[in-house]
Every structure is written in structure tokens, then in C-alpha cells.
Design a protein around this ligand. Structure first.
Ligand code: CA
Length: 652
């Protein structure tokens, strides 16, 4: 073959490939329309299927469930999108369909795939079985037009993880809307959050999930909600009327607005990594097998531990996650996303989500999976790969388990229980997971790399909804613990969390010494296990006082939240201390702080410890379970005594 011919052939082949790619991109752009685009005179229904589908219909229903009409949809376009050919169908129906329920049904290989509300329903009826045409403008509550996301940089966040029902179901909370979105609009809720000082609530899954029957809300039912059905719609059981599609949307927005007015961000826990089931999912009813990862033998890969995992690397699934997050930001003014099992999603998707959202949207996730995935670890949003995902953070199990003990045994203790050798893991969390000359990575649990490029990429925490809550874990892992010691260790643990250069995160109710009666996995336990008992605020006033003053101190002092790896390396140095102690100094007016040389010393020993410090005159602001920024005491010298099982903070 002559050279010009080869070149021509190559150019022709390139053009063909480019055309295919362009078609795929064009297709995705076209297909990203709402599945039910409403105007007062006409609604246009759209649906994406595999190109091999032979037909699709949309069915309209009246409020009593009677079928009104079945409208065949027309194939608009088909295109190869990566390895799969997809089709876009639509059907326009005249008239004002506001409030009309609908479903789709796709036929493929001569088989009807079953009715589905679609994969991108923006409004649904009870239990999310049917979608609804809705003018979303009608769902905006009073003042929504003026709603603004609070401007809080990642380094300044203090995150409070909560479940709607845990928070407000117990009568002692005296909420009007117990277990509902609206509880968070009530003065007592806002007042508590403000007093505690958190500035972001992370709500456990609040998109429509399966495991609570919305037709039986008069009966006690409980679930965390990690079983997604309709990703684009608020869960119905937290609304006052799950039958009316507008109510859950309006009430969700009212919740967001009330929190925003109080300067509190709202972070949504999103669970794109798996669906409640495969057979019944909207994914399977529209594009069989497309959205899921498979093993070489054709079985479903199960990195979620829930029987399936989704395939974020496929272009239409990637676009799905991006568009869904954008919908929550645009329509609901959501401030951040916590990705459940982020380690199942591919890095490219996570970065695409990051790019698609405004920079002030905070994104973090679990940098692990619950089992092996059908995609190599190097490509996944694992903790070890966080450095390849700028602007995305991951939970640090290093500091969590360095404090409380490993995840594989509730009775195993660590630093808090007087187990030596966890000091470096805690230091790793304190610096925000970045490279720091004084953190010996070979002694850090679970990792041998500094996986964060910036400290705001590490979520510092000691407990969350998963596993035992802090008090239960302390009791389970430390035999003979007295209530006095329990409180001391609880406060010590949160001092580590809240003085970390990472982003601090706490489980709701820890501020009132919540317990779950020792239940390790309370995902479907009754209220009696999961509820917050608000009487505890009065029972343990010192706990709430310490938490709120600790958070206030963090917020008042930029030294605790330097925000950049270089600043942390420059200003944060560790003290040379005996075992079961970790201490650091934030030196030289770190971050422009008016306090100089702030020392934080954590002592997990059962006895007071006297340690050497640089000669100086110091003001003590935290000691033995009490905090006062104006000063608890002053001293001058080159040594200091740190009371047993507590934190000491002092500055010059
Ligand atoms: Ca539901």
C-alpha cells in the first residue's frame, strides 16, 4: 500500500470514529431532557432505552389509579454511545397535565419490560410507583426565590450527620412534625443546631427509597434509606402526605430554606452505587443490564454488598449521576453530597461530577467498597486515589479507628481504651491526611500513603450512623467503664475530631451522649434504639456545653482550619510525648490567629501526665472536660500536667 493511500485510509477511519463520538455526545445532550417536560398546554414525555428496544409507551392515570390513556412513543434518534447503541423516544400530549400520574413501558426482544416511573422522574406518588407531571414552580415555598446557599468554605465546615426520624421522633423533643422534613424548620431544631454550632447538616438518604411503606405511616417503621428507588425525588415518608407529589417537594424545600436562613448548609447522602433491587428497578425496566456491572460469568458484581453495583463508567450512567446531582443543586439548593461507597464509582465520574457542580458544593464519600468490584481498584474512587480527585474528600477510618478501635470488632479498643500504638493514626487524621514530616506513615493503620493532597480532602470523625455510636463503642470496648470515664473519653475523642485540620464530622446526638443500646447496625431498628432522647441535654449538660464550646473555638480560631497542606506543614508541629498521648502546636499565629503557639494535648492514660513544653507563659482554654476561650487558668514554665483521659489546650 502506498503511503498516500494509507494516510487517506487513516484519515477516513479517524473521521468515522470522530463522527461516532460526536453522535454519542450529541445524543447524550439531546437525551438529557426531563422525562416529563411540562407546559400548561402540552407535556412532552421522553425516555432513553437501548436501541434494540422495539417500542415504548407512556400511560396516564387519574388520581384514583384508573388508566386514562396509553400513548405510543416515537423513536426520535439512535446513536452509539460508547459500546452500546441507545435510542431516545418521545411523545407529546396536549392539554394541561399538571398533577397527572404516568408510567412508561418499554418493549424489548418481544417482551414488555414492566411499568416504571422512569429513571429520572422529578415527582412521584406514594411509594414512588408512578411518576407525576408537575409544574415544579408550584412547589416553591414562600421566600424560596430569595433562598441562597450559605457561603462556607470547606475548611470552615462542621458537619452534623442526622436521620430525620432519629432527630425528632421522640416526644421529649417536643417537635410538632415528628420524624418529618418539617421538624428541621421548627425553632427548637434550628436553635439546637445553632447552639451546638454545626454549620452543615448531612441528612441520611432522603431521596425516595423502598424500605419504608409510605401507605402505612401510622405504623412505626424505620430504615436508614440506603435502598434507592427514585433518585431525583424526596422520600415520601418524611413528608406529611406521600400521596400528593407536590407535598414532599415543597416540604423538602421548606426544610432547606429554614436551614439556609440559619446559615446552615444541607448535604445529601446519595447512593448511586446500587439500587434496592435489580428486577424491580427503573434502570432494569428501561435499559436492561445497562446500568449494572457484571462479572465475567454474567452475574452481577456486588461491590455494594447489596446484590448489585452500578456501572458509573458507562456514559449514560455517568451522565445520570451528574444530572441528578445538578437537579438537587438547582431545584433544591443542596449544598453538598456525601457519596455512599464512593469506592464503587470510577474516578473519572467523580471528577466529572466535581466539574459539573459549583465549586462551593462540598463533595465527599466513603473511599471504599463493601466487596470486590468489577472494575480495577486503580480506576475507582477509593481513598488511596483521593489525590487524583481534587476537591473531593473521603472519610478517614485511620483517625476513627485509631481513636475508638478497629471496624472488625466492637469489643476492640484503641487509643481511647488505652491501647498503645495508635498515636500515628490519630496524627494522620489531625494533619488532614496530607504528607507531614512528623507523621510516620509506616505506623498508620490502613494506609501507607498520605492520600490527601489538601487537608480539606479528609473527613475527621470518630463515629457515624454505621457501627456503634461512640458511647456504645466505648462501653463495649472498655470493660468496667464508669459513666464519669465515659464522658471524659467521649469529650477527648471529639476534641481530636474538632481540632483536626480535616473537615470535622459528628453523628447527631453525640452532643447529648446518645446511645443505641449497643446495637451495631441499627439500619432498621425501632425508634427505641435510634431516637435521640432530648432529656439527655439536661441529664448531661456538661457534654453539650463542651461540644458547643469546642466547635465555637474551632470557628473562632483560624489556626484549627488552615485549609492548605503547605500551611499545615508550616504551622503544625507535634510534641514529643509518651505513649497514649498525642500533642501538637499550631505555631506562629497560624492562619493569622490572634492566639500564638496553640498547644493541644490528648491524654488517653488513666493517670495525669506531666510533660515538657517550650518555656513560656500560657493561658489554658480547655482542661479536664471544660472549655473557656477567655481562659480557665494561666501558668508560666516548661512543663504542664494533663489530667487523665482528657484534652488540654493552651496558648500564648
Ligand atoms: Ca419511599
Amino acid at each position: 500500500m502506498t503511503r498516500p493511500l494509507t494516510t487517506l485510509l487513516l484519515i477516513a477511519m479517524l473521521c468515522l470514529t470522530m463522527e461516532a463520538q460526536t453522535n454519542g455526545r450529541d445524543f447524550i445532550r439531546q437525551a438529557r431532557v426531563p422525562e416529563a417536560a411540562y407546559t400548561p398546554t402540552q407535556t412532552t414525555f421522553s425516555l432513553v432505552t437501548l436501541a434494540e428496544a422495539e417500542g415504548a409507551v407512556v400511560r396516564l392515570y387519574s388520581n384514583d389509579g384508573t388508566l386514562q390513556r396509553t400513548q405510543p412513543m416515537t423513536r426520535q434518534t439512535s446513536a452509539p454511545v460508547d459500546k452500546e447503541a441507545l435510542s431516545l423516544w418521545n411523545a407529546s400530549i396536549d392539554g394541561d397535565l399538571n398533577g397527572t400520574f404516568y408510567t412508561f413501558e418499554v418493549t424489548q426482544n418481544g417482551r414488555a419490560l414492566g411499568e416504571t416511573p422512569g429513571t429520572r422522574a422529578l415527582a412521584v406518588g406514594v411509594n414512588g410507583k408512578q411518576a407525576a407531571v408537575l409544574d415544579l414552580n408550584d412547589t416553591d415555598p414562600k421566600g424560596w426565590r430569595f433562598d441562597r446557599r450559605p457561603r462556607i468554605p470547606a475548611k470552615d465546615l462542621v458537619i452534623y450527620e442526622m436521620h430525620h426520624r432519629d432527630f425528632s421522633i421522640h416526644p421529649s423533643g417536643r417537635f410538632r412534625h415528628r420524624g418529618k422534613y418539617l421538624a428541621l424548620t421548627e425553632k427548637r431544631a434550628i436553635k439546637h443546631l445553632k447552639r451546638l454550632g454545626v454549620n452543615a447538616v448531612h441528612i441520611l438518604p432522603s431521596f425516595d427509597y423502598a424500605s419504608v411503606d409510605e401507605t402505612r405511616l401510622d405504623q412505626p417503621q424505620y430504615n436508614w434509606g440506603y435502598d434507592p428507588v427514585n433518585y431525583w425525588v424526596p422520600e415520601g415518608s418524611y413528608s406529611t402526605n406521600p400521596y400528593d407529589p407536590a407535598t414532599r417537594i415543597r416540604e423538602f424545600k421548606r426544610m432547606v430554606h429554614a436551614l439556609h436562613k440559619a446559615g446552615i448548609k444541607v448535604i445529601l447522602d446519595v447512593v448511586y452505587n446500587h439500587t434496592f433491587d435489580v428486577g424491580g428497578s427503573a434502570f432494569q425496566h428501561t435499559m436492561p443490564e445497562y446500568f449494572y456491572r457484571h462479572n465475567p460469568d454474567g452475574t452481577y458484581s456486588n461491590g455494594s454488598g447489596c446484590g448489585n453495583e452500578t456501572a458509573s463508567e458507562r456514559p449514560w450512567m455517568r451522565q445520570y449521576i451528574i444530572d441528578c446531582c445538578r437537579h438537587w443543586v438547582d431545584e433544591y439548593h443542596i449544598d453538598g453530597f456525601r457519596f455512599d461507597l464512593m469506592g464503587i464509582h470510577d474516578i473519572k465520574t467523580m471528577n466529572a461530577v466535581r466539574r459539573a457542580l459549583p465549586p462551593d458544593i462540598f463533595i465527599y464519600g466513603e473511599g471504599w467498597a463493601a466487596g470486590g468490584c468489577a472494575l480495577p481498584n486503580e480506576q475507582l474512587g477509593m481513598k488511596a486515589n483521593v489525590s487524583q480527585m481534587p476537591g473531593i474528600a473521603a472519610f478517614s477510618d485511620e483517625i476513627r479507628d485509631g481513636l475508638r478501635g478497629p471496624w472488625d470488632g466492637d469489643d476492640k479498643a484503641a487509643f481511647l481504651g488505652g491501647v498503645k500504638g495508635n498515636e500515628e493514626s490519630i496524627k494522620f487524621g489531625l494533619v488532614g491526611g496530607i504528607q507531614h514530616p512528623q507523621v510516620n506513615l509506616s505506623k498508620v493503620n490502613y494506609t501507607d500513603i498520605a492520600w490527601a493532597k489538601q487537608p480539606t480532602q479528609l473527613i475527621s470523625y470518630v463515629s457515624c450512623h454505621d457501627d456503634m455510636c461512640l458511647t456504645d463503642r466505648l462501653r463495649a470496648s472498655i470493660p468496667g467503664l464508669t459513666e464519669e470515664q465515659l464522658i471524659c473519653l467521649d469529650l477527648l475523642a471529639q476534641t481530636a475530631v474538632m481540632t483536626s485540620q480535616g473537615v470535622p464530622f459528628m453523628l447527631s446526638g453525640e452532643e447529648m451522649l446518645r446511645n443505641k443500646k449497643g446495637v451495631h447496625n441499627s439500619y432498621n431498628s425501632p425508634d427505641s434504639i435510634n431516637h435521640l432522647d432530648w432529656n439527655n441535654i439536661n441529664r448531661y449538660p456538661q457534654v453539650m456545653r463542651y461540644y458547643s464550646r469546642l466547635i465555637a473555638m474551632r470557628k473562632h480560631h483560624p489556626a484549627f482550619r488552615l485549609g492548605s497542606a503547605d500551611a499545615v506543614r508550616r504551622h503544625m508541629s507535634f510534641l514529643n510525648l509518651p505513649e497514649l498521648m498525642v500533642g501538637f502546636c499550631l505555631k506562629d499565629h497560624a492562619g493569622g490567629d490572634r492566639w500564638n503557639n496553640i498547644h493541644v494535648i490528648l491524654n488517653a492514660n488513666k493517670t495525669d501526665q506531666t510533660v515538657s513544653i517550650p518555656q513560656g507563659r500560657y493561658t489554658i482554654v480547655a482542661r479536664d472536660g471544660e472549655i473557656n476561650e477567655r481562659g480557665l487558668d494561666k501558668f508560666e514554665g516548661n512543663s504542664v500536667t494533663v489530667p487523665a483521659q482528657s484534652a488540654l489546650i493552651f496558648h500564648q
